[in-house]
Design a protein around this ligand. Structure first.
Ligand SMILES: [Fe+2]
Ligand SMILES: [Fe+2]
Length: 193
């Protein structure tokens, strides 16, 4: 499937706001891919498709996961918003014809992150939060930092996600904690050299 065909299909699956967000993530991911020497095509595709399952009603999303034998962690049944990422990777593969494991993994982990993330996953995680359509305080600083030091930007982004999850009294996925701790530890080891 060409990128144009993907866009046409995606536009039918998403509401206008989510489609615009997806284009913003695609463009931000491309910009960061150029900054850090990641494959630009992979970044664009992972960026544009990351939320492809977002507008599927939750009951339907769970039903599809069950039918397609997509394994879900127990936390998904409490924090149901997480499902769109896992289902999104499946849909990207089976409905958009994406075969590249790096792209599928970046989509799969775009909400939680995970320990020792590859560059493409880091780029998509961050692009999701800083794309131009996002409008939250102090974002401009994070946008600039993302282009200078992606790991430091990620630590700050994950810290603020964790604070947000805690402030809502929601359940925090272990992968997010592992993602943060790995980056913090790596940074400490580098600064000790
Ligand atoms: Fe998402
Ligand atoms: Fe998103």
């Amino acid at each position: 499937m060409t990128e144009l065909e993907m866009l046409q299909k995606l536009e039918e699956m998403l509401d206008e706001k989510r489609f615009k967000h997806s284009l913003g993530v695609r463009d931000t991911a491309e910009m960061l891919a150029r900054c850090y020497g990641e494959d630009v095509e992979k970044a664009r595709i992972a960026g544009v498709l990351h939320d492809c399952a977002k507008n599927i009603p939750k009951d339907e999303a769970f039903a599809i996961c069950e039918r397609e034998s997509i394994p879900l962690k127990p936390v998904c049944y409490i924090e149901k918003g997480l499902v769109h990422a896992y289902l999104g990777a499946h849909i990207a593969k089976h409905e958009f014809g994406v075969k590249d494991g790096d792209i599928l993994s970046a989509i799969y982990y775009h909400t939680t992150g995970h320990e020792d993330m590859p560059l493409l996953t880091k780029i998509i995680y961050l692009s999701d939060l800083i794309e131009p359509g996002r409008n939250i305080p102090d974002l401009e600083e994070l946008r600039l930092l993302a282009q200078k030091d992606i790991d430091e930007a990620l630590i700050r982004a994950i810290n603020s996600t964790i604070s947000h999850v805690l402030s809502k009294g929601s359940i925090l996925d272990c992968d997010t904690v592992m993602a943060r701790n790995f980056l913090v530890q790596e940074k400490r080891e580098k600064s000790a050299i």
